[in-house]
Design a protein around this ligand. Structure first.
Ligand SMILES: Cc1cc2nc3c(=O)[nH]c(=O)nc-3n(C[C@H](O)[C@H](O)[C@H](O)COP(=O)(O)O)c2cc1C
Length: 437
């Protein structure tokens, strides 16, 4: 029996100078203000039949290493980075089938504004708009918006419930057929078909209707990445696609089963939500080159322990700079990305902090896929068969036209020839493509 096809999406770590100092990045440090590299990337993704590109975001400059911004600024770590909805609109204009999914953090945009931005993206892309719903993780970002700190982790998800309810209702505030555009009577919009939502919540309220009009998809696609218990519950209820980073095939399988079981428990079709697993494949021309790249990856992690720990601190709100690198990893808690910290700690048992961060940054994220296109395609097929679906969220830590081509022109044709990923889009809208298989 032929293996079931799976989905591919791309994880773009913000619109920024992604790979400062990495080879084959051209003149990115001079040209970064115009997102040409990312527009090329979007076109490449579309050529390779990807479902969507997710533009990750955070809204602060890191200061989680020696309580200083230096390491982040000197090394261009997640800085500079631009407003994702603007880059998303440019990507929409550069493509015709690819889904475009910018991240908008709930603490930073009022739900009316998010509904309007994502709604407009859905309109200008003719039904390819999505929203990566994140609740934020850093008090530094909260301080950019006049707050001392972010609300507690679980409260953020309670707030997000109200937030998403408002967005969904605003998107639904235009009934189908509301735009009549009757030239004879001179009526553009039927007032009977446009409604206020009059939502009054504990955290957010909104009157409506959405003033930007009806959307091609009705409801744009929601992506979500919460890995904690409350995160998964939230995703099961609201997400059309979950992007996840559990480590190892067993954890991936369990993650997917948890979300699917949760959906079934609340009366939703488990197949209505596609769970994509983060992967950083190393695709090379030969086995020897693969071995060399793996050795380089380890050497670079060992040489860059500070940067790696600063990056970990950036998403978990922890400053690891005072810790002994050669002692076992201690106990930590966070109000930031809980599941990221837990995964790190779980995989750190029996390791020093130095060993743990090297292992964490060299594991290919969910699983390590390394080799020639043929070999990588086989590894991915096996993983998907064990996990049960639904696909991969591909990332390259050193984004360049060359690394992108290793995926779109090396790996993907191998997957396509095995019938594992699509060769052509069956639909024009993002949700339809997600639900195709
Ligand atoms: C693939 C992936 C993409 C993510 N993208 C973002 C992002 O763009 N911005 C952000 O603030 N958090 C992002 N996160 C973090 C999640 O929103 C969430 O905070 C994290 O997975 C921890 O989940 P938890 O809070 O339920 O433990 C991402 C996580 C994953 C796994």
């Amino acid at each position: 029996m032929a293996a079931a096809p799976f989905h591919l999406a791309w994880f773009l770590q913000g619109s920024s100078i992604q790979a400062w100092g990495a080879p084959w990045t051209g003149n990115i440090s001079e040209e970064w203000m115009r997102p040409d590299l990312f527009l090329d990337l979007a076109r490449q993704m579309e050529r390779a039949g990807f479902d969507y590109i997710l533009i990750e975001d955070s809204i602060y400059v890191g200061q989680n290493w020696k309580n200083s911004r230096d390491i982040f600024l000197k090394n261009g770590m997640s800085i500079p980075r631009q407003e994702p909805s603007i880059v998303a609109a440019m990507m929409a204009a550069a493509t015709t089938r690819l889904g475009i999914v910018p991240t908008l953090s709930t603490f930073a945009y009022h739900p009316y504004l998010t509904a309007r931005i994502v709604g407009t993206l859905d309109q200008v892309s003719l039904g390819r708009g999505g929203w990566n719903m994140v609740t934020g993780s850093s008090d530094l970002s909260a301080q950019n918006f006049g707050m001392d700190k972010l609300p507690d982790h679980d409260e953020r998800y309670l707030m997000a419930e109200e937030y998403v309810q408002i967005c969904k209702r605003l998107w639904g505030s235009w009934e189908p057929g509301a735009i009549v555009a009757d030239r004879k009577s001179g009526v553009l919009i039927d007032p009977e078909k446009v409604h206020t939502i009059d939502y009054v919540g504990k955290y957010y309220s909104s009157r409506g209707p959405l003033n930007s009009g009806p959307l091609p998809q009705g409801q744009p696609v929601i992506a979500q990445a919460g890995g904690s218990v409350s995160g998964k519950k939230f995703a099961a209820k609201y997400a059309d696609t979950v992007v996840a980073a559990p480590r190892g095939v067993e954890a991936m399988k369990k993650y997917r089963e948890d979300v699917r079981a949760e959906r079934a428990a609340i009366g939703l079709d488990p197949d209505g939500c596609k769970i994509l697993f983060l992967l950083q494949p190393i695709v090379t021309q030969s086995k020897a080159e693969a071995a060399e790249r793996v050795a380089d990856r380890k050497a670079s992690a060992e040489a860059d322990i500070d940067k790696r720990l600063a990056r970990m601190g950036w998403s978990t709100n922890i400053d690891f700079s005072g810790c002994d690198l050669d002692a076992p990893v201690g106990e930590f808690t966070t109000n930031g990305h809980q599941s990221s910290l837990q995964q790190f700690l779980k995989n750190s048992e029996g390791k020093t902090l130095r060993e743990a961060i090297v292992a964490y940054s060299t594991g290919g994220i969910c699983v390590d896929v390394v080799g020639t296109p043929d070999s990588c395609a086989s590894q991915m097929a096996e993983i998907m068969e064990e996990v049960g679906g639904d696909g991969f969220l591909i990332e390259q830590p050193d984004v360049s036209r060359r690394t992108i081509a290793s995926i779109t022109d090396g790996l993907v044709p191998e997957l396509q020839q095995r019938g594992l990923t699509r060769k052509a889009y069956a639909h024009t809208q993002l949700r339809d493509n997600l639900l195709e298989f």
